[in-house]
Design a protein around this ligand. Structure first.
Ligand SMILES: Cc1cc2nc3c(=O)[nH]c(=O)nc-3n(C[C@H](O)[C@H](O)[C@H](O)COP(=O)(O)O)c2cc1C
Length: 391
């Protein structure tokens, strides 16, 4: 029986649906990683190096997986990661993501490069959400962006530090998303014609396709090429910890540094006054051949976890992966591709359903680990698989 004749349930079910509905160049943009995509594989497969420990006879009638993330109560230790241009994968995608996150009770993060501006998200949910920032060469624009985010109710700033230059995502090269190798109009047209649902939902009903947070600073807000040129000119390779000290001085809310893979970088984030870090390799879209984020988590959590919140993203594909990350010291995880695939493949209802599954998996997992509260999900409930060593 075809996968399309049964209800989608898992992240992979939604990924296959997203592949069917999206034009090829957009599907590849989400699905792919940098260079040979080695780290893309490690991020997922290294979760297999860890095994959960089954315990019995513990009275687990009142399992509660709620927790506190960046100062707010959350239904489970999961947040939606920032994904640039989410509104190109489903109509006004950032607002769909924010609403689904709100319904289940977890944080939503919007990207600097979101299609929907922060004000549109605030209008959709009317409660605080997280804002992700890339440092731009023009610090005046950064200050304006932060002021807008704050006014729109963002109380947590996720500052991404692993994009000194753009990673080499070779699928995007092949598809003409990068450089001068633009796809022929004919090839793009053929892809669009084979994705009629996307054309209607996003191409027509999802307008405007401008990058909402930046539409007042590019010369022609309706021209995606103008954004590309603007972003290429604004990616700031000069950023150092001093810039974070500056950010810290102008941002009064929580500050979480995303893209940390080494203990001394986590320590530097702590020294500069950050409230948290995300152990992350940007979903394997930046430096290929770097280690998986889960393999780097335990040492970082051991070093700074007592003093700041440590999050993890990269390769989390189900509720048991969430429990493994929490057991290894994460306060919570962020999921990137999973929420985009669910929304692109199943709409807002698909995303609700996938988040509901994560919640069920976490609760059932905790019961079978023999614990009732998320604080009890610690190193006592996890072990290395035979033959594996930790980092
Ligand atoms: C299509 C796509 C766009 C992304 N855009 C951003 C972004 O704008 N800012 C950012 O900090 N991270 C961005 N990321 C990285 C995610 O926030 C997150 O680190 C990563 O997706 C986690 O890995 P996962 O996809 O395996 O869950 C993006 C990831 C994807 C797949």
């Amino acid at each position: 029986m075809s996968i399309f004749n049964v209800n989608p349930v898992t992240v992979e079910d939604y990924r296959l649906r997203a592949r069917r509905f999206l034009p090829r160049f957009l599907f590849d943009y989400i699905d792919g990683g940098a260079n040979r995509e080695s780290t893309l594989r490690y991020n997922v497969s290294d979760f297999e190096h860890y095994r959960l420990i089954q315990r019995v006879m513990k009275n687990v009638e009142h399992v509660d997986c709620s927790t506190v993330l960046a100062g707010h109560q959350a239904a489970m230790p999961v947040a939606l990661a920032p994904v640039g241009m989410a509104g190109m994968f489903a109509r006004r995608g950032e607002t769909q993501g924010a609403r689904a996150a709100q319904r289940i009770g977890i944080p939503f993060t919007t990207s600097t490069l979101g299609i929907c501006p922060v004000e549109e998200i605030q209008a959709a949910i009317g409660q605080p959400f997280w804002f992700q920032l890339y440092m731009l060469r023009d610090r005046g624009i950064v200050e304006t962006l932060l002021a807008r985010a704050r006014a729109a109710g963002c109380d947590t700033l996720v500052f991404t530090v692993d994009l000194a230059v753009l990673g080499l995502r070779l699928r995007d090269f092949r598809n003409g998303m990068v450089g001068t190798n633009l796809p022929s109009k004919l090839s793009k047209m053929a892809q669009l014609l084979s994705s009629p649902r996307w054309v209607l939902d996003v191409g027509i009903k999802g307008k405007p396709h401008s990058i909402g947070n930046l539409s007042d600073v590019v010369p022609d807000p309706d021209d995606l090429n103008a954004y590309k040129a603007f972003i290429d000119s604004q990616v700031d390779s000069t950023v150092t910890w001093q810039d974070i000290a500056w950010l810290r001085s102008i941002w009064p809310g929580k500050l979480i540094i995303k893209g940390i893979m080494e203990v001394d970088d986590a320590q530097a984030a702590l020294d500069v006054g950050a409230d948290g870090v995300v152990v992350s390799n940007h979903g394997a879209r930046q430096l290929d051949a770097v280690a998986s984020s889960i393999s780097k988590l335990p040492a970082i959590a051991d070093a700074v976890g007592g003093q700041m919140e440590v999050y993890l993203d990269g390769g989390v594909r189900n509720g048991l992966d969430v429990l493994k990350a929490v057991a290894l010291g994460a306060r919570g995880v962020l999921i990137g591709r999973p929420w985009i695939w669910a929304m692109a493949g199943g709409g807002e209802a698909g995303l609700d359903s996938l988040l509901g599954l994560f919640h069920k998996e976490i609760r059932a997992g905790m019961a079978l680990l023999g614990v009732n509260r998320i604080e009890e999900v610690n190193r006592d409930v996890i072990e290395l698989a035979a033959g594996k060593t930790g980092t």
